[in-house]
Design a protein around this ligand. Structure first.
Ligand code: MG
Length: 343
């Protein structure tokens, strides 16, 4: 009997089974931020694709089409950063509601073009199609990483330290402000809303970690630390201990969490789309790591915890240890809730 798919991981696993094993020149297939191909040259090729769907990933009442174009390319560049690579070329596919003014499509294209220019990528083609059920934008990016420098999700070892390249929960707090129309200080609002609508791909940090071999495992934070760290743990066959006291949370996120009567850690662990890099690094490389970031002019990474033997992600706080594996956002669970609410 065919059982129903319970969520995205199950769907991906089922699809991967039907595709079978990849050929030998595919170094990394399904299950990382990018597919990695070996063309037998100095570089390995990276290939990634992401889709943004109206009503699931964005709401055009608060994101402009220009910002949407920016974000669609940014989330792909973030996946290239998460392998330690640099981007080369981008393709896109745009599902456009016929009722919308095509000037809007041009604004979206300008957003794509701006991010491409800023990060050394070239948009080399695409496809447009009428979409009666809302706007949809898929972007695919090809990149490269020098042979031997690629950082997969699977290299974390017990004893490694766990770091993140920036503050967490800013994007989730910005989304709450937009969704609920919270009245907050304009400067605070601007910082958080910008974090959500105009995230920055951490390409420089990703290259630095790869080039100087400072990371053993690397992923970008798209679905929230709880989910993305669980991906590293599963791929590496290890567990992780997050120290609640070390999690970098700004006063801005504290303030929004207070207005929502929520624990700020909740926004940080379950709220995604920070697009910072989450990585593990051997304990003995700590000094080298901070010196390398300082030398490059990057903000220092934040220590979050450590990799431990076993499995799963645990949050340690003075109240004790809590298992948080799988607490992140799940598009498919969301879809089901949405369907139930409107049945
Ligand atoms: Mg990713």
């Amino acid at each position: 009997m065919t059982r129903p798919l319970s969520g995205e991981p199950a769907l991906i696993a089922a699809l991967a089974r039907s595709f079978g094993s990849p050929p030998l020149d595919v170094m990394v297939g399904i299950g990382d931020d990018c597919a990695v191909l070996d063309p037998n040259g100095a570089d390995c090729l990276l290939w990634t694709m992401d889709t943004l769907v109206e009503g699931v990933h964005f709401d055009l009442s608060y994101i402009s089409l220009f910002q949407l174009g920016r974000k669609a390319l940014t989330v792909n560049l973030s996946d290239i950063a998460a392998m330690g690579g640099e981007p080369l070329y981008a393709l896109f596919s745009l599902g456009w509601p016929p009722a919308r003014d095509t000037a809007g499509a041009l604004a979206l294209g300008k957003g794509l073009a701006q991010v491409a220019r800023d990060y050394g990528t070239v948009v080399i083609g695409g496809d447009t199609v009428a979409s009666p059920q809302g706007l949809m934008l898929t972007v695919a990016v090809m990149g490269r990483v020098p042979r031997g420098e690629m950082v997969p999700r699977s290299g974390a070892r017990p004893g490694d330290r766990l770091y993140v390249t920036g503050l967490l929960g800013e994007s989730a707090a910005g989304l709450e402000i937009l969704k609920r129309g919270l009245h907050v200080d304009p400067l605070l609002k601007q910082a958080l809303v910008t974090a959500h609508l105009e995230p920055q791909p951490q390409l420089q940090a990703g290259r630095l970690l790869a080039r100087e071999r400072l990371a053993t495992a690397l992923i970008d934070i798209s679905d929230g630390v709880a989910t993305d760290l669980a991906h590293i743990c599963r791929a590496s066959g290890v567990g992780a201990r997050l120290d609640a006291a070390l999690v970098p949370i700004s006063f801005r996120v504290w303030q929004v969490a207070g207005m929502l009567d929520r624990n700020p850690l909740d926004l940080v662990l379950k709220g995604g789309e920070d697009y910072h890099l989450l990585f593990t690094s051997p304990n003995e490389k700590g000094e080298e790591l901070f010196l390398a970031f300082a030398r490059t002019g990057l903000d220092p990474p934040h220590l979050l915890g450590e990799i431990v033997p076993g499995e799963g992600v645990v949050l340690s706080s003075p109240k004790g240890d809590t298992e948080i594996t799988g607490a992140g956002y799940n598009h498919f669970r969301f879809d089901q809730e949405y369907a139930l609410n409107f049945a």
